[in-house]
Design a protein around this ligand. Structure first.
Ligand code: IPE
Ligand code: MG
Length: 234
């Protein structure tokens, strides 16, 4: 979700008003995803690198995220949306952790769309964490190095049990991944749009899905192989 600051600057506002406006887009996209039957939506709300922004912006963003969660939780419950958080929660202030825990508990029994909020998250951070855990298990003799495979590694990431993303959308005009789910997006379809996040609507989200639906995902195979594997009509 990129472009909040530039959206605000273009209007002569301060950056924080861009983040406030961005919350509206989050609500719109959650609604659109939910109505379209999307099962998982991961929102990159705050990266490990974002901790290095000016302290005032960091404080405002962290506060905004906590306040927005409180405000949006009843709507998520009504719409059967389940919240999940991925990232280094230990770095968050206590009030934010408490507010997150309230939202997690309130939405825990929802069975519809799962929203994964990536907060204080970076992919390299989680890959290092997973590696540390696996190394400790090997050192303690709990697992053998031969037992380390892709599925074991995946199960040590913050996204354990969540399917890899089919589609990655980046708003704001930059064509890069910026430390987001690097392991998990190996075969994801990438979609870049110049639209700043506060201008991004439910319709824009559906346009991205429509674009995705026209792509052929070959996973390293050939088109012909995929044709051969298609179930035939009886
Ligand atoms: C995305 O908007 C929001 C966060 C990173 C939290 P930016 O704040 O990165 O907006 P730009 O890139 O400066 O426009
Ligand atoms: Mg940015």
């Amino acid at each position: 979700m990129d472009g909040n600051g530039r959206w605000a600057k273009k209007r002569g506002f301060d950056r924080s008003s861009g983040h406030v406006a961005g919350v509206e887009s989050v609500r719109k996209v959650i609604t659109a995803a939910s109505e379209a039957g999307v099962r998982y939506l991961t929102l990159y709300a705050f990266s490990t690198e974002n901790w290095n922004r000016p302290q005032a912006e960091v404080d405002a963003l962290i506060h905004l995220i906590a306040v927005s969660l409180e405000k949006e939780t009843p709507g998520m419950v009504t719409n059967n949306v389940r919240l999940n958080v991925i990232g280094d929660m230990a770095r968050l202030p206590r009030e934010s952790i408490e507010s997150l825990e309230r939202s997690l508990a309130a939405t825990a029994s929802s069975t519809g769309l799962q929203v994964n909020l990536a907060l204080s998250y970076s992919s390299r951070w989680e890959i290092v964490e997973a590696t540390r855990r696996i190394a400790a298990d090997v050192a303690a003799g709990r697992i053998s190095p031969d037992a380390i495979d892709e599925s074991l590694f995946s199960s040590c990431l913050t996204t354990a049990g969540i399917p890899d993303p089919d589609l990655l959308i980046r708003t704001g005009g930059d064509s890069r991944v910026s430390n987001f789910l690097l392991w998990q997006i190996a075969y994801s379809e990438l979609y870049f749009t110049p639209i700043y996040w506060p201008d991004f609507t439910g319709d824009h989200f559906l346009q991205a899905i429509a674009d995705y639906q026209h792509r052929e995902r070959r996973f390293g195979l050939t088109s012909e192989q995929l044709e051969d594997d298609k179930p035939t009509d009886k």
